[in-house]
Every structure is written in C-alpha cells, then in structure tokens.
Design a protein around this ligand. Structure first.
Ligand code: ATP
Length: 369
C-alpha cells in the first residue's frame, strides 16, 4: 500500500505578541499509508492542530510540501496551494460542530451542495451516510433535539457523505462522556473498515490514541519526538518525554562513578544495575511503576516505605531512593506497611540522557510551565 499523506520538511512559524516568534511545527516529515489510522498525540501547544490545519488547507506552510493521494496540494517553493474544498477530505473538527440552524438532512447534505451535486444524488448519498451512522429517520430533526453522541454522528455522516479517501478527525470525541467516547471509537473504526479511508486523528488522550491507531506521532513543542506503533511507543520510548507521556512512569536521576550507579547527590549506596555502554556520567533511569521489584529479601537497594496508597487493582508505594521518591506499584498480595524496610531492584529499565535544559527554556518561553 502506498503513502496517502506525505509531509516533507513541513515547518510553520508564527509571530506572536506575547511569546515572540514560535516554531509551531518544526521540519515535520510524516508518511501515512493508505487505510492507516494515524494519530497525532502530544500536550497542548505541541503543534497537532496546526499540522492538521496545514493538511486540510486552512493554514499555509512556512516551508516544505504536502502531498495527498499522490497529488501535491501545498508547496512553499512551488508557490502551490490547493484550497480545502478541492482536497477531497472528510473532516470532523471539534470547532466545526454541527450547524444548529439546519436539520440533520441539511447538515449532512451541505458538502454535496457546495460541490453542486444534483438533488437526486444528494438524496441518495445522504440516505446512505445516515444509514451508516444509525441516523435514518432523524432527517428532519434539529441537532439541539439530539444527544451529544447523535450530534457527533451527524458530523461523521457529513464527513463520509462525499466518500473521501482521507478523514481528518480533530478531537472529535472530546465533548462526549467516557462511555460514549469508547463506543464512538468503535463506530469510527467500523466506518473506516467499510469505506477504507485513511484517518488522521488528533487527540490529547493517550489511551484513546492507543486504542484507535495503527501508528502514532508523539510531538512536543513543535518537534516530532517519535513515530511508531502504540506498542513500540510504550515499550521502546526514545526519550524521557515519550516515556512519561505514554502510560505511568517513574524516574531516578543517577550519577555514574567508577563503574557504579548512584542516585544523584547521594553517593552512600549504589544501585546494582548494568550500565549501558553509551552512558554518560549523568543519566536518568526510567521504568514503569509496576515493573520494579519490591521485596523484603536483603537484595537490592535498601530503603523503606514512605507512603502506601490503596488503588483499586493494585497498591502504590512511594519509596525514597537517594533524595528522590520512586513510585512502585504491586499486586495487593505484596504488602508492606508504612516505614517498613524494603529492597528494590530495577528490571531492565530504560536509560536516558539527563534533563534537556534547552527544552525547559523553550517550555518557559511558550508559557507552558
Ligand atoms: P491544543 O491541543 O491545545 O489544541 P496543539 O498541539 O494543537 O494544542 P497548536 O494549536 O498547533 O497546538 O499550536 C502550536 C503552537 O503554535 C502554540 O504555541 C500556539 O500558541 C501557536 N499558534 C497556533 N496558532 C497560532 C496563530 N494563529 N497565531 C500565533 N500562534 C499560534
């Protein structure tokens, strides 16, 4: 299967009054395959929506080019720009919810009217789209008389009515309650299977992205951090940011001295662990809280239980390691009391470079912390 959405060296800069010049999207290279569900994931301000808006044609590029279904639609160097209505996309954007002054039929028929499709074809295509989104019979009803889930289905019906090859979904489920979100996810995937369109899905919600995506891009402050399958992103995050962003994480800053690993600032007890060959003197060890071995055997890093919290399906302990607090989660059968002595061992943790000071500065500049 070929690439259906291609971004080559795409950059977008904004000049802002309060934050100065911002590189909202910094040299993005993305290839999305035909029929793939690809998510953009990252914290607020990372550049997800700007990228989507450039693909849709609502935003010009500062540099680079975009190709959709083998056709160049935006190119800075060639001064080429195909307007949104000529890009053949289906879109469900949070900001473009359904139109309250139009009934269900007219909401769904709208993109066809813009394309000047004849009335007979409109009737047939709208009926088909309503059937696939379980809205048949509600043609004359106004959106305000319908539930949130039904309103979202109107937006979906309006997006599929032109039979697009590419569907852009920007936080399409964010106004729905958690149960409805989950069932709408399945509906979107079912529609995708039926119509075989390619999806770009933008969300803040990592579990939603993991559930729906074939591959995901994690970005931060306008930079791509990693593109991979949900499983690889979770199991092999390339840096501390991705590790922390997907799933629960716990970190220990360490110093390596004479072939031994110590918690930073506390050289009295070392952590018995294999050091990767490329490690520098200051590193961060990252692991999932449920992947740390916590025992009463005198084996491992000696410490104690600082705090114990009962979670529904596991117990969480905060355990000091040097001056830092490590989060450890165990099944309920492994039980420690407050202040009890314990020993911890790391099971194949990930190693990352110590904190990136430049990233911290940029985060401050963008008023994100
Ligand atoms: P959110 O999840 O909050 O929507 P996002 O990841 O979609 O965030 P963008 O909306 O793409 O992020 O914004 C990326 C950066 O570009 C932010 O720092 C934002 O302030 C800035 N930005 C976006 N649009 C404009 C604009 N029209 N003018 C100036 N700056 C902008």
């Amino acid at each position: 299967m070929g690439d259906q959405i291609v971004l080559r060296n795409v950059t977008k800069r904004f000049s802002t009054k309060t934050m100065g010049d911002i590189v909202a999207v910094d040299n993005f290279n993305i290839n999305v395959k035909e029929g793939e569900c690809f998510s953009f994931l990252g914290p607020s301000g990372c550049g997800k929506s700007t990228t989507l808006r450039m693909i849709a044609g609502f935003e010009d590029l500062s540099e680079g080019e975009i190709e959709l279904c083998g056709q160049l639609v935006s190119s800075k160097s060639k001064n080429l720009y195909v307007p949104p209505e000529k890009r053949g996309l289906g879109m469900v954007f949070q900001a473009f919810a359904v139109w309250p002054h139009m009934n269900v039929f007219e909401n769904v028929a709208f993109p066809l009217r813009i394309q000047k499709v004849n009335n007979m074809d409109i009737n047939q295509k709208v009926a088909e789209a309503l059937k696939h989104t379980s809205l048949t019979g509600l043609e004359k009803v106004y959106p305000s008389e319908l539930s949130g889930g039904q309103q979202q289905r109107i937006a979906l019906a309006r997006a599929i009515v032109t039979n697009p090859k590419v569907m852009l979904l920007d936080e399409p489920l964010s106004n729905l309650d958690p149960k409805l979100r989950e069932s709408m996810r399945f509906e979107i995937k079912a529609l995708q299977r039926k119509f075989n369109f390619t999806i770009i899905f933008v969300t803040h919600d990592q579990s939603e992205a993991m559930a729906i995506s074939d591959r995901m891009m994690v970005c931060d402050m306008g930079k791509i951090m990693q593109i991979d399958t949900p499983e690889n992103l979770y199991n092999k995050p390339v840096n501390r940011f991705v590790h922390n962003f997907l799933g629960e994480s716990t970190f220990v800053e360490v110093v390596i001295k004479d072939g031994k690993v110590y918690p930073k600032g506390h050289m009295d007890q070392n952590i018995n662990i294999n050091i990767p060959s490329n490690a520098s003197n200051e590193m961060v060890i990252a692991t999932r809280p449920n992947e740390i071995s916590l025992t009463k055997e005198t084996d491992g890093f000696k410490t104690h239980i600082e705090k114990r919290t009962f979670l529904t399906d596991r117990t969480e302990y905060l355990v000091p390691i040097g001056g830092q607090l490590l989060k450890v989660q165990t099944p309920h059968r492994i039980r420690f009391e407050q202040n009890e002595e314990c020993f911890i061992k790391f099971v194949e943790p990930m190693w990352y470079e110590a904190d990136d000071k430049e990233a911290e500065k940029e985060r401050h500049k963008r008023q994100l912390i």
